[in-house]
Design a protein. Sequence first.
Length: 328
Amino acid sequence: MILQSLGGKELSLKMPDGHQISAMYLNSSACLEVLINKGAQKDNLQLTQEQVQEILWIPQDKQDLLHLVDRLGLTLKQHNGRDYVALGIPKNSSQIDSTHVISELNKANAGTVIYAPGSGHIFEFRRKTIGTFLVGYGMNMLVFNYSQTGRSEGKISEQASYENVEAAYEYLKKVKKLSNHKILGYGHCMGAGPILHLASKHSIPTLVDRAPINMGTFAQLRLMTFCKLPPFLYFLTDWVKPVMENCFRYANDERISHVKGCLALIEATHDAMIPAEYIQNLFDLAKSAKSKVKLTLESDHDADLCGNDELLRLDLGKFLTEAQIIGY
């Protein structure tokens, strides 16, 4: 109900075989309006003589507002004893004035995120990540549940996940009339598979977050780690790779070489599942990307974006700004 209360519009996306998956479209401007109506106040905060940060003051006596902020997992910062949420990243003072002209202009051109979560996650439980994009970066979002998860029909499979993401893309193209450069494909862990499949076909900005090279290699590594095998016994796990690839392959190492849009990859400092070299390998293979950058999250594998990691918030915001899809 939290996402609906912020203006989320429930959708059903039809798959090629006729079954439907549950989805939701969230508009950043509508969400911000809800927060302001509950007592939040938009303002500019002078950080230095040259830099200004757009913010949303969060009064402590507005309980309904505080509840929404808490449920979205928005990071509260403080200035002179007052709490606020940062909107976008700092700008040069010359880029912004008290009338928020720049913000309104950017809002009209804000990008929309197709969010493909990792395995076992339904979008309703990833509100912190949704809040990061929706409020923190002022971007619209199209979220969905994979086939056979949440309230979605059908059977889950690798092919079904490709069709799920493609249906989300087609909705944004045909219903929202968006061009490719205004659609950000964001995939976390397993979700990077269908997102890279989409990005290899359509030139869209892409964010790959804590992703495996492919599922076979990933499953083999997980088994080695779980069994605590010494290197000379790694061959005992060779059987798991073909078994996994027969179910879910997600050849990210192959797909990423065909990505032509702007690309960012995220690794986590305390990720017990995805080694840093996986992210570096994917980064090196992305030879056709319009631009590419590697970012670091100070957290573990399952943490939402961006949490309390201020450096990642700024670095990711810079990527979104350069890709011209940020909403502030």
